[in-house]
Write a protein that binds this ligand. Structure first.
Ligand code: SF4
Length: 218
């Protein structure tokens, strides 16, 4: 059995198959993805709630000043950059489509939809993959910091890979129907066991298939 298949199965035994609430509106999802950059889920959610309390709708956010948006999302960190990015994205969507409805992405194939989203300011491969996976259930494999760290240590991607190159490799390697499960389970594992500092290798269910140099437990 391949290392990838073994890792997916071991993490599934450990964490199960996650149940994911599909996000309703792709524009909301896009805003949340921007807010999540370089922060944790708690601060992303707080910033999103604060933003929607202040502005009610993406259309209002688009018309607001960057300073006002920034003020509403200050808890998320890098709030000036994120405010600029949110407003620019909304303006660009409207310029390209005439409104803020991203529902048309559902009728595109995955590659086409990714390319469309990546034309937006500040939307890289991870952000596009998250929006398409969590809103439309498309088979994409977002590579965030946890996914990148655990898959690099395991040896699923070559030494010297960047997050972008890891994304291309893993997107091809991970079977479509297991992409969301493996993505979420890698994040859980990265937060709980395979931490950036002091990974808990002795307790790790992956320790017998891991390439991490300090592991010699099997
Ligand atoms: S064995 Fe250690 S380095 Fe490898 S995945 Fe587990 S915690 Fe991470």
């Amino acid at each position: 059995m391949s290392k990838l298949r073994r890792a997916m199965d071991l993490l599934k035994e450990e964490y199960g198959v996650p149940v994911v609430d599909r996000r309703d509106d792709p524009v909301d999802s896009l805003i949340q993805v921007i807010l999540s950059q370089n922060t944790n889920d708690t601060n992303r959610d707080r910033a999103y709630r604060s933003l929607m309390e202040r502005f009610q709708s993406p259309g209002e956010i688009k018309e607001a000043s960057v300073d006002d948006i920034s003020d509403a999302i200050s808890v998320s960190g890098l709030h000036n950059i994120k405010a600029e990015r949110i407003k620019s994205c909304l303006k660009e969507i409207e310029r390209m489509r005439g409104d803020l409805d991203l529902g048309f992405l559902a009728s595109m194939d995955v590659q086409e939809a990714k390319e469309w989203l990546r034309k937006l300011p500040g939307i890289g491969p991870k952000s596009a993959a998250v929006v398409l996976n969590f809103t439309f259930g498309m088979e994409t494999f977002p590579v965030d910091t946890h996914v990148f760290r655990v898959s690099s240590r395991l040896g699923l991607v070559p030494d010297g890979s960047t997050r972008e190159s890891a994304y291309d490799i893993l997107e091809d390697m991970v079977p479509g129907e297991r992409k969301q499960e493996f993505h979420i389970n890698l994040i859980k594992h990265g937060r709980k066991i395979c931490r950036a500092r002091s990974p808990r290798c002795k307790e790790c269910v992956l320790n017998c298939i891991c390439d991490y140099p300090e592991v010699d437990l099997c």
